[in-house]
Design a protein around this ligand. Structure first.
Ligand SMILES: [Ca+2]
Length: 437
């Protein structure tokens, strides 16, 4: 780089910092995260689904970027969400074990800085719609975790959670903390959530906003209204996924209609792999929800941002929902806190299609639903350490079938070193969960 080019670059950075953005003069973008619940890697057309049609998500991919090696930070609902919201491995924030049932007294610690709090500090209007699942006592509810507006149900609708509401009229659908409907039933939720998201976009069109749209579908029990029933060749499950696809299309169309598409980043992904009890598909991946095999944690992901994210691009680098906080923070001029470890990384170089951009994760770690570290991935290699050691070359075979450890002892040793170092580090520096009364 010439001296002049270096000076110009320096000046651009200084001007960018002064404006709170890396792009001098640009208004901070809006962000929408569409998080499906238990949607499998093979449930989306552009990820290989055959019976289920997802034309809107597929088009989102042709207009944006498809991430093939994108991970949820846990194979389970609550920890995965805690990871997305805090930009950390769930274990880092004390929320890696199982899911929070309605009687849980824990939640994301109020001292953690959620993605909503980070963006709110830069003047964003913030909204959470859908399943919450990360704490229900007052200090842990959406309004106390940086969200100006909430619409949805805190829980899921399976037997394990609905039984807590027997005799109370069922699980409530809430607007902020007010009950709007009781009992909440699965068939109406995707459409109601979509209306709410569109309403929030419309009301906040003049200012930057962040929407966390955490669908309740297609987690069991799933359902659709009659207008979506029977549409899919994939049965009721297919209808439910096609309804999610419709919803995504409504949101993208809404952004275009309001002229916000050029300054909004939309992410479509899932919180973990498909449930064993559902017809959801992990495609050619091994395992499903609850497991640290790829099928439990590798999720479909598409990111869309016309004019910012290159159209029709594919990213094969490792990234995760924990990266959204530092990435959006960087784009909004709101760097994450520096007084603590944040595991997520800024993936703007990947997102903007910079030539030769590589994953900022030298290693990505896989914890099971009990928060036990089980495996590590670095580049193409994934080493399972427990309960049984096995090395898989995901660069040649994503199905985790052929154990390569005997052929590559040096890779086993290198990844084992990363695994042990991380276990030691997080063991001493993990932060406490929030505890309520
Ligand atoms: Ca889930």
């Amino acid at each position: 780089m010439s001296v002049i080019a270096r000076w110009l670059r320096f000046l651009l950075i200084v001007v960018g910092l002064a404006k709170g953005s890396d792009v001098p003069g640009a208004a901070p973008p809006n962000f929408i995260v569409i998080l499906c619940d238990d949607l499998g890697y093979g449930d989306v057309g552009c990820f290989g689904a055959e019976k289920i049609r997802t034309p809107r998500v597929d088009r989102m991919a042709t207009e944006g970027m498809r991430f093939t090696d994108f991970y949820a930070p846990s194979p389970l609902c609550s920890p995965s969400r805690a990871g997305l919201l805090t930009g950390c491995y769930p274990r880092r924030v004390g929320l890696a074990k199982f899911v929070l049932r309605p009687d849980a007294t824990t939640g994301i610690h109020p001292d953690e800085v959620t993605i909503a709090e980070l963006l709110k500090g830069r003047g964003y209007a913030t909204c959470a719609i859908g399943k919450w699942h990360v704490g229900f006592l007052p200090p842990f509810r959406p309004g106390a975790q940086g969200f100006d507006y909430y619409f949805g149900i805190y829980h899921n609708l399976d037997h394990w959670e609905t039984k807590h509401f027997e005799g109370q009229g069922g699980v409530p659908l809430l607007r902020n903390e007010e009950v709007v409907l009781r009992p909440a039933t699965p068939e109406i939720l995707t459409e109601r959530y979509t209306e709410e998201a569109l309403g929030f976009i419309e009301r906040n069109r003049e200012r930057p906003f962040f929407i966390y749209l955490a669908h309740t579908m297609p987690h069991l029990p799933y359902d659709v209204t009659p207008r979506f029933n029977g549409r899919s060749a994939g049965g009721l499950y297919g209808d439910v996924v096609e309804c999610l696809d419709w919803s995504t299309g409504e949101i993208l169309d809404g952004l275009v209609r309001l002229g916000l598409d050029k300054r909004t980043i939309v992410v479509f992904t899932s919180d973990n792999g498909p449930d064993k009890g559902s017809p959801g598909s992990a495609g050619s991946l091994r395992g499903q929800k609850h497991t640290v095999f790829e099928g439990g944690m590798r999720v479909p992901c598409v990111m869309w941002g016309p004019g910012q994210i290159p159209a029709g691009s594919v990213c094969n680098e490792v990234a995760s929902t924990i990266d959204l906080l530092p990435t959006f923070g960087a784009m909004a001029g709101a760097p994450p806190p520096r007084d603590r470890v944040i595991d997520g990384r800024d993936i703007r170089a990947l997102l903007f299609g910079e030539v030769g951009a590589r994953s900022p994760h030298e290693a990505f770690f896989f914890h099971d639903g009990n928060g036990v570290l089980r495996a590590v991935r670095s580049g193409r290699w994934k080493l399972h350490v427990s309960p049984k050691q096995a090395l898989y070359d995901l660069g040649t075979e994503i199905g985790e079938q052929a154990d390569d450890s005997a052929a590559h002892p040096e890779v086993v040793a290198r990844l084992r070193g990363m695994f042990d170092a991380f276990e030691l580090e997080i063991g001493v520096s993990a932060r406490p969960v929030g505890r309520g009364e």
